[in-house]
Design a binder for this molecule. Sequence first.
Ligand code: IPD
Ligand code: CA
Ligand code: CA
Length: 265
Amino acid sequence: MFDRNEVYQLARQWVVEAGERIRSSIDNPREIETKSNPNDLVTEMDKKVEEFFASKIRSCFPGHRILSEEGFGDQVSELTGTVWIIDPIDGTMNFVHQKRTFSISLAIYHEGIGEIGLVYDVMADQLYHAQRGKGAYKNDQKLDRLPKEKSLNQSILMLNTWWCTPNHIVDDEKVRELVQTVRGTRTYGSAALEFAYLAEGIVDCYISFQLHPWDMAAGVILYHEVGGLTLQANGQPLTMVKQEPLVAGHPMIVEEIIDRYIRLK
Ligand code: IPD
Ligand code: CA
Ligand code: CA
């Protein structure tokens, strides 16, 4: 049996506890390693936090599975049963260089449906949280649903620089056109927080081509609760079990972005 409220209460308690540990040791010396490339960073704290969640989950919910970034989870290729999708620190580059604007991202999916999403901005002590069907919150404040209408020329677009890396997958000219069409662009360096900002309504659309399930699982749940739309860049629904190019935003502009500006190579 899946008792959503019990799982939510514990998950929330663990996220806040992990955040407090990170915050209180933010100025400690860091052990920094690189993973897939010299800019793909991981620290001892990423690993410690993921290990903390994994041991709590395994002792309280031995039947649940874990899909996570740093190796303490399980091999998960489909979302049957209950799956915790965890990024212990989303925005590790910000964590290392800036000591702010990073988050803990934790989502719980049950039989393929996103039930609980938690994104904790650790240094700001702001917890974005949602349970499916109950709305999204920032601490105690319920977030408004998105406005009925939104046009691209009044939108702030978030995007990262993956589109201009050597193996980029979109037409540069089209991205240039899109950037010239929107009101402004932003990049914050934590995908989970970027979703939280979408849910808060302070930005309107988001393109990111290299996201893993743990970068977006919790944020997607938050964003759906306020009426946001999330799709793969080819217009298909996200599967949440593999790396996927993502377009998210107000429903009035997502399809326009995909149809007019995201020409996959
Ligand atoms: C990264 C951040 C970043 C996004 C990258 C992610 P990490 O996660 O979310 O904003 O652009 O694609 O890999 O490595 O800091 O957990
Ligand atoms: Ca991440
Ligand atoms: Ca991470």
